[in-house]
Design a protein around this ligand. Structure first.
Ligand code: BGC
Length: 395
């Protein structure tokens, strides 16, 4: 009897002790996470560098659970993507010494995105960039969209594809590939047709993040999907992107009015600050571009094959980014509206010109500009295009 009593007491005491212990370690982990997210993510990066894909719970958005997926290739390059907004939250690539850092603006927690930074890493839709005055006419009907950028419609409206929760397809732990799907209902944000979209991210062993965009609709609709990653190849927003060398394979660009709507012209870049047909530093002529670069370039291509559209190198880190696409245009944006009010997880202010975007696309305001390549997807057609972001280093 005495022995049983003793045993029971020992059991209770040991259960109590182990409960205390696990509480303490939980709290420590949580506290560490909050205090040092940056360190936590760097640790995860190095500790978890097996080729494949991992998934973790990432809180809630719009009342739904969201997740963070991390794709790792054979060289330890890693891309994290959330099903919230189809958002690339980090893109970890080595510099010329092998040091791995993320080359895109992003946050370690969903809360950073719920504060709506300007499309950091997001999948943008239905229509990336602007539609003048939020109106277009299709098959005799005039459609009215939100005017969420002054008098114009921008990046899909009030709740674009960047602010919805996408559905992830099945993943294979050994294959760094993720498919996200979203059904945008007829009349969502004013657009016609039920639109089924799937975006597939694949991280290849030659260090390319390939993005395949697919969609079908049951009514004709404008469609212009893109990714809105903001790159800083140095991996540190304390450095601007003004010394980076940029090449864009475009002899022409689409000049804009004061509200950033293309005038409809395809103007030659020759002799202007828009001539990046040979590499120039981004900052070299930016003072001559009022507001900074925020323009669509008309890519020099005759067909829809996957070709090199743009290339950026950062001499100090030695990182090089190449953008390949099957699209006719690319928006080059120099983070002109970043003003330090948003801070990184480490508390660094994200200032003007500390990141650039290269958004592969159809030309802005195409639905109102018949001379531009059509951006209308018809029922029965399948929208499919590809963009690749390839990373490497120079000496
Ligand atoms: C646009 C900019 C805009 C930025 C963030 C870019 O695609 O061209 O004008 O400020 O996105 O919304």
């Amino acid at each position: 009897m005495k022995a049983i009593k003793l045993l029971t007491t020992a059991l209770i005491v040991s259960l109590f002790l182990s409960a205390c212990h696990s509480n303490t370690s939980d709290e420590t982990t949580r506290e560490d996470d909050n205090m040092n997210n940056e360190a936590a993510s760097t640790e995860a990066t190095t500790a978890n560098a097996t080729k494949g894909i991992t998934q973790k719970d990432w809180g809630n958005a719009n009342g739904k659970p969201v997740h963070l997926f991390t794709l790792t290739n054979a060289n330890g390059v890693q891309v994290s993507i959330s099903d919230y907004g189809g958002t690339i939250t980090s893109f970890v690539a080595p510099d010329k010494t092998g040091k791995k850092e993320s080359i895109v603006l992003g946050f370690n927690n969903i809360s950073g995105y719920l504060a709506h930074p300007p499309y950091f890493g997001a999948t943008v839709g239905r229509y990336g960039n602007r539609i003048a005055k939020g109106k277009f006419t299709l098959n005799g009907q005039t459609y009215t969209l939100a005017t969420n950028d002054g008098q114009n419609h921008l990046h899909g409206g009030n709740v674009g594809f960047d602010k919805v929760v996408w559905t992830a397809g099945a993943i294979n732990a050994n294959n760094p590939q993720l498919s996200l799907s979203y059904l945008s209902k007829d009349n969502e944000e004013g657009y016609p047709g039920n639109l089924n979209t799937t975006v597939t991210f694949t991280l290849t062993d030659d260090n390319a993040l390939r993005i395949d965009y697919n969609a079908t609709t049951d009514k004709a609709t404008p469609l212009n999907l893109t990714n809105h990653s903001y790159f800083n190849l140095s991996g540190d927003v304390n450095n601007t992107i003004l010394n980076d060398w940029l090449m864009i394979d475009a002899d022409r660009y689409t000049p804009v009015d004061s509200t950033l709507i293309p005038t409809g012209q395809l103007a030659p870049v020759k002799g202007t600050p828009f001539d990046f047909t040979t590499p120039h530093q981004i900052g070299e002529r930016i003072a001559h571009v009022p507001g900074g670069y925020d323009h669509n370039f008309v890519l020099n291509k005759k067909d829809t094959s996957l070709t090199l559209a743009a290339q950026v190198t950062d001499s100090s880190s030695g990182r090089k980014l190449q953008v390949y696409t099957t699209q006719p245009g690319i928006q080059f944006y120099t983070g002109n509206f970043l003003n330090g009010s948003i801070k990184t997880d480490e508390g660094k202010p994200i200032n003007k010109h500390t990141a650039f975007c290269l958004e592969t696309q159809h030309f802005p305001n195409s639905p109102n500009t018949p001379s531009f390549p059509t951006s209308i997807l018809q029922p029965g057609q399948t929208y499919h295009y590809v963009t690749e972001y390839r990373v490497s280093t120079i000496k």
